[in-house]
Design a protein around this ligand. Sequence first.
Ligand code: HEC
Ligand code: HEC
Ligand code: HEC
Ligand code: HEC
Ligand code: HEC
Length: 187
Amino acid sequence: MLRRFIITGVFGYFLLFMVLLLLMGFRWNRYRKTPDQPIDFSHQIHAGKLNLDCLFCHETADDSYFAGVPTVQKCMDCHINVKTDSPKVQKIHKYWNEKQPIPWNRVHRIRQRNYVYFTHERHVKAEEAKVNNPNHVLGKPGIACEACHGEVKAMDHMRAFSSLKMGWCVECHRANEAPTDCLTCHR
Ligand code: HEC
Ligand code: HEC
Ligand code: HEC
Ligand code: HEC
Ligand code: HEC
């Protein structure tokens, strides 16, 4: 009797532990994909409804490794007048007045970044990309942001669309006759 009691007890705890682990894993995963941001910025409003060009804010995406995020100044160009009664916009003013950058949380990061060579420029300006990209926004040959980042114009909150894993890179390279030897990305 006592033994059965102990066994079910131990089993119960074990089960509870597993369920907790699962829940934590789930939450962690979700957090990784859509981190909380200091300001509730929406691509759906700015890139979708207002139809602003991606490069208007991510200025270096076509000539650098990094796409970059806009400065507070860029937000203020409009929000010095626009929606100033909104508490969300007042947060921008607060960073502006304190001369602090907005501490955006990164959504995309190649996990083993130090071992991988990746540059936006080469992709955004790709010469002979045969990638099917009806959404291409830059008016020249190249891979659309959407091919790697998904339908950003419809995203209220930015989330990771691609895994950024090696298989993802190599699969697209293969499909587009881009180089796939190891030294292309590991140098
Ligand atoms: C080209 C002008 C422009 C720029 C640049 C701009 N915004 Fe906006 N933003 C707007 C307009 C216009 C709206 C209102 C759109 C609507 O309500 O339909 C808006 C709405 C918002 C809202 C929602 C406000 C509310 O309470 O409804 C937030 C938050 C916001 N912007 C943050 C930012 C941030 C952060 C930046 C800089 C990274 C930025 N915006 C850059 C024009 C701009
Ligand atoms: C008004 C300025 C603005 C415009 C226009 C804009 N973005 Fe952004 N973008 C931001 C800001 C601010 C962030 C950081 C906050 C966030 O992640 O939501 C960001 C984040 C991102 C990220 C995630 C960065 C990371 O941390 O991994 C991607 C990807 C991105 N934008 C792609 C795009 C694409 C594609 C377009 C065009 C369809 C676009 N953006 C248009 C301001 C802008
Ligand atoms: C070939 C795929 C690909 C294309 C095309 C692409 N990106 Fe990215 N993007 C990535 C990867 C991979 C990362 C993560 C890089 C890292 O970990 O440093 C990233 C990261 C980002 C980031 C956050 C880090 C940074 O570089 O500032 C932003 C913002 C971003 N991309 C915006 C854009 C915009 C805007 C475009 C189109 C002009 C675009 N991307 C086109 C694959 C791509
Ligand atoms: C959507 C398709 C696509 C994805 C995803 C993609 N690439 Fe590429 N990549 C290309 C194409 C196409 C080229 C060739 C561009 C050209 O020749 O102008 C290229 C070129 C490159 C080059 C330059 C190759 C050279 O000639 O030296 C590097 C480096 C590279 N990619 C790294 C990466 C890495 C790392 C990833 C993943 C994190 C990645 N790419 C994901 C399509 C892609
Ligand atoms: C088109 C780009 C690309 C090419 C080509 C490529 N890799 Fe990778 N590789 C990556 C990326 C991106 C990562 C990081 C994955 C991550 O962080 O999740 C990676 C990670 C790795 C890792 C770390 C383990 C892992 O899977 O995370 C090893 C080992 C590796 N690559 C070996 C190779 C070898 C060997 C070749 C040649 C046969 C090669 N790679 C070709 C992009 C590439």
